[in-house]
Design a protein around this ligand. Sequence first.
Ligand code: KG4
Ligand code: ZN
Length: 357
Amino acid sequence: MSKKPLILGIESSCDETAASLITENSKGIPIVLSNIISSQVEVHKEFGGVVPELAARSHVEKIDWIVKKAIDESGRSIKEIDAVASTAGPGLVVCLSVGLSFGKAFAATINKPFIAVNHLEGHALSPKLNSKIDYPYLLLLISGGHSQYLSVKGLGKYKRLGTTIDDALGEAFDKTAKLLGIEFPGGPHIETFAKKGDPNKYDLPKPIFNKGGCNLSFAGLKTAILKISKTIKTQQEKFDLAASFQKTIEEILYKKTKVAFNEFEKLSNLKEKKFVVAGGVAANKKIRSMLMNLCKKNNYKSIFPEIELCGDNAAMIAMVGLERFKLEEFSSLDHPAKPRWALDEKATFLKGAGVKL
Ligand code: KG4
Ligand code: ZN
């Protein structure tokens, strides 16, 4: 049996410093050998958001030992690594530069190919870790910076069907959490609050619910929450607002996903209909179960990354590296850090005032 590729992945686009080694088994299924993530929550907590300069400094301080730990825990040696893949964008340029420069230098030192990876493509391929999923599939990418429906036809072949015209969904979760007095990053805690509240207490707006195809909008919802949060006096009312917010998001995603199913089906002749949900918000258990039910009703196979692979990690970056390595698609050592890098570069920019849907 020929040697299976061993890929080192490195991620530093925002506030997680991460490194991972992956390979594949005899059936060609990608296997995660190590997945080290160091979060900077403590660094940014007092500022209520990510401070780029502090994030970059923290990446610089940690990157060496994170990579060393990933290699040690994988049970493999540096000599066995076949390629190095680093996130090159999108993200904060000062943060991206740390993992990108480290990855390039590492690849050059061990004399192996370097692969520059789009962070969003990492999320898009994250469900492939530890399972076998063939193209094409419909992808809902819901993270702190992006919310998009994409038709994924193959590696690097994306067609955007819908996007947010203002805030990303993770951002809406985080901002709602902040208004409820939950410490940064509060998004994941909304679920816990929501369990204790009445989802029908507040009637919240659902922007562009009945228009704009499967494009999304969350800014109006945030404004409504801001207004209500000023009137809130009790802890129970906070739980009720969280529950109403969670329910509204589920209703929006249910409706928009149905629209996305239709648009996806028009694009290709499908043998099997597959719906992949990825990104940090895909960790939300109620969103997961609601979308699973919707898939059942519409004959879609629903696919989610394991919870620990929903948020930012380097295994997903190595996953893109593995696919590109097999196609011998390598990057040059002068590949730039790209703060903006869309998966579908042909799609029109749909943000800001005056957007026509
Ligand atoms: O993918 P990710 O780790 O980073 C980006 O690439 O943005 O996503 C982070 C986002 C944050 O906004 C966080 O609040 C949200 O994912 N998130 C959640 C949950 N877990 C993480 N939102 C809702 N429910 C969760 N359980
Ligand atoms: Zn991400």
